[in-house]
Structures are given as C-alpha cells and as structure tokens.
Design a protein around this ligand. Sequence first.
Ligand code: PMV
Length: 349
Amino acid sequence: MSLGSARGSEAVAGDAAGRATYEAAPNIALVKYWGVRDERLGLPYNSSVSVTLDGLRTVTTVAFDASLDRDELLLNGRKAPEKARRSVSALLDRVRARSGLTAHARVRTRNNFPTASGLASSASGFAALAGAATAAAGLELSPRALSKLARFGSGSASRSVFGGFVEWRAGRRPDGRDCYARPLFGPQHWPELRDVVVLIEGAPEKAVRSAVAMQATVRTSPRFAARQRALPGRLAALKRAIAGRDAEALFPLVMEECDDFRDVCETTRPPLDYLTPASRAVLEEVRRVNLEAGRAVAGYTHDAGAHVHVFVLERDAARLRRRLAQVPGVARTLLLRAGPGGRLVRRSA
Ligand code: PMV
C-alpha cells in the first residue's frame, strides 16, 4: 500500500509567529459525509471515502499581524463576505488557542476554480487555511492532527490534507480519539482512473451551508436510519473495489451511494434539492451509456451542488466526455486524475 502524504506539514520549523502559504486540492466523496453525531467535537455519523483531485488548487497565505484589530480575508483578490470571514476567524481562533498567539491575521486565498459552486472549495479552502495558519503560528502538527483541525472548518476538509484515496473514519468513541482521516492509497494507485467533472451552466450558489443542511437531514429524513445501516457494507465493498482497481465493481457502488445521498436530501423537510434539470440529464446520460454498453463504463456522483463528477477509465474517457458535453445545460467538462495532498509552499518568520 502506498501512502499519500501532506508533504511539508511535518516540516514546519521555528516558533515565531509569521507568515505561511499552504496549498490544497478539493476532493470528491465516493461515500458521503452527511450528518454530525457530536457538533462540539466535529464527529460524523459515518465514515466517508474520497479522491483528492489533481489540477484544482486553493492557495492560502496567512500572516499574523499584531497591528490588526480583526482578521481580514481576501478571496480571489476581493474582500470576502462577512459570513466567510467569520468562519475563517473561527478556525484561526482554534489556532490561536493552541499556539498562545493573540494577534489577528491577514488571510489571502485563491482558487483556480469557481468558488462555492459545488466543486468543494470549502474542503480545499479549510485544509489550506489550517495548513497555512498553523505553520504561520509556528505549530508543528502531524498530517493527522492538521486534518483533525481542518474538519472544524468543513468536515470534508479533513480529507483534503491527504492525497489520493482517503478515508475519514467516523470512529465510535465519544471522545473522538478514533475519528480521523487517513490515506488509503496514494495518487498513483490507479493511474487509469479519471474523473470527468461536468460543470453545469448557471449552477446556483448554495443557499444553506452543508453543515446546517445535513443536520436537517438527520432530524427529518425518514430514510436517514436506513442509510446508516446500509453504509458499512457499501463502504467495505467500495474499499475492496478501489484496492483491486475494479472499475466494474466500483462504478455501480459510487452511483448507488450517490442515489442514496440524494434520496436522504430529497426526503429532508424542507427538501434539499441541489441538482438542476441539466444535472439530472447528465445522470440519465451516464445510465444510458452503461445500459448501451451492457457494463458499467462510468459512475456518476455529486456533492451538495449541481455539478456532476463521472468516474471512468482512461480508455473510455474521451468518448464519454464528448457525449456528456452535448447534454443541454452543460457549460464545460474537465478531465481530472487523483492528485496529491496538501503542501506547505513557504513559511517565513
Ligand atoms: O465539508 P462540508 O461541511 O462542506 O460537507 C460536505 C458534504 C458533501 O460534500 C456533500 C459530502 C462529502 O463527504 O464531501
């Protein structure tokens, strides 16, 4: 088994508060995190598995500065909305509490992909923030400890600290000590696997944060308990399919999980509907491709957003991509592979 690593997060030296830059990539969940069993400790109901994506990056610089009277956030070069600034401040508070620092910070963050579009900018964003802030504060955290911190910004960020195929284990202990993310296989484990990201025209911005929406599902979806019962078996089968690089086993499981996730969302009161008609047409097209071929050529999934990720092997990727690009309402497609984990880019005192 090869392990992906959060290069650099172990190698932080020095104790002076300064400035640091860290980059991280989004991940797409094959088994979804959806529901928190302990909000104070950030413990999920179920374990989740994701692939960290190559090519998409969030790069974040944190500079602590005693002359600031509050934390500042620039997102893609512009002053960020107050809600985003507050959630960044909340994670910085945890870093200050751990390091003994009291200074506020200037945070600059850039995505090379659309923000808040369902492309999981919160996962890469909070992984990059946790990496940059702890390094700037002079803390030396292991990748696991960094991932545990990142999850307080966004649960899925705990997985973006690592590259390749990553599992966030829910654990069973009430104190959360057995709840952490870990790499299952590095980015090179399955070189033929591709993710065709299908970007949907006019994808709406999220109205409700996932962290809030998922708790509505826990409280109100009559299907949530059945989902929890089905997950351990599905998760084990999915990990076996990844270990054996078995696409024809993996793709149907990925779609089954996605359909189950969508089902608990749609049966939440009031219903959570993240898809547009174009997203649904993409799912339909993937089903048709598989039906026509008489085998699982591809497997779709989506998170809490309108864009669709379609897993496929390299040999079928170009043809599938052309076909999905023709679905009305598709803006464009990206062809991605599994990619590396978070990385400290630079640090200065
Ligand atoms: O990490 P959050 O709080 O944005 O929630 C992520 C939820 C999903 O993307 C739908 C599932 C997942 O595991 O990434």
